[in-house]
Design a protein around this ligand. Structure first.
Ligand SMILES: [Zn+2]
Length: 246
């Protein structure tokens, strides 16, 4: 689906979405160059010592370091090596022939297999399908005009992959039926109208399941994930498909 913007990720690794209290820039500045457990660095509300996300055992999951991936944040800033924390399930690590032995923690603003962050994608779509009603060409020209941000190499096909990602997210939301107001509003066959409704719904969304409360499209993604059971149930993501479901 996201052909052209796919990037490598550790094979056979379960991806878990996590809430962070930082922007991607803040996350990067806190974590880069460090090599201790991200749960300690960011004081995250996750305790994998008590229960391993892969096997459920106590004292099993072990922090094993970071892998690095490209990211474009909501402001269009490019990061060549955004650190992503990885863990080993020691129990499964010993068993040969087990598919998933490791898991990684993806900040909730990030999309599996894409350097474009969720807020960047939403902002791009908003320029075309939000109130401004720009053409796709106007959007691409606008992004190209970022000058020094030479990595914003958006093409028509990447833009349409963004649009497809959101249309898929809308279908996932409608299929689960979690968001009744949205379901009512989506009774229109017009794609443009559906995208507009989604963008406005996502923009105003608040997730009360976290402390502090989070807002906006990434909060909606996290809310969907948690409603589906989160990492304990190996839930699907609203935006994109993590490695375990590919
Ligand atoms: Zn385990």
């Amino acid at each position: 689906m996201l052909a052209g913007i796919v990037e490598r990720c550790a094979a056979n690794e379960i991806q878990i979405a996590i809430i962070i209290e930082y922007t991607l820039r803040g996350y990067y500045s806190q974590v880069k160059g460090r090599n201790n457990d991200i749960i300690e660095i960011l004081n995250l509300p996750y305790d994998f010592k008590y229960s391993c996300p892969l096997c459920g055992a106590r004292d099993c999951a072990q922090f094993i370091g970071y892998y690095y991936r490209e990211v474009i944040d909501e402001k269009g800033t490019y990061y060549k090596a955004m650190p992503i924390a990885r863990y080993l399930c020691r129990r499964k690590g010993k068993a040969l022939g087990v598919k998933h032995r490791t898991f990684s923690l993806l900040p909730y603003q990030l999309l599996p297999y894409s350097k474009y962050s969720i807020p960047f994608i939403i902002n791009a779509l908003r320029k075309v399908y939000g109130g401004e009603n720009n053409s796709v060409k106007e959007l691409l020209d606008y992004l190209a005009g970022f000058g020094e941000q030479k990595y914003i190499d958006l093409s028509n096909s990447v833009f349409y992959a963004f649009r497809e990602l959101i249309l898929t997210a809308i279908d996932k939301m409608l299929a689960m039926g979690f968001y009744k107001d949205l379901t009512m509003q989506m009774q229109t066959p017009s794609l443009r109208q559906r995208l507009r409704i989604f963008l406005s719904f996502a923009e105003d969304f608040s997730c009360y399941k976290t402390d502090p409360e989070i807002r906006g499209p990434c909060a909606l993604g996290y809310d969907y994930y948690v409603r589906n059971g989160g990492y304990r149930k190996n839930a699907h993501f609203l935006f994109g498909t993590p490695s375990q479901f590919r």
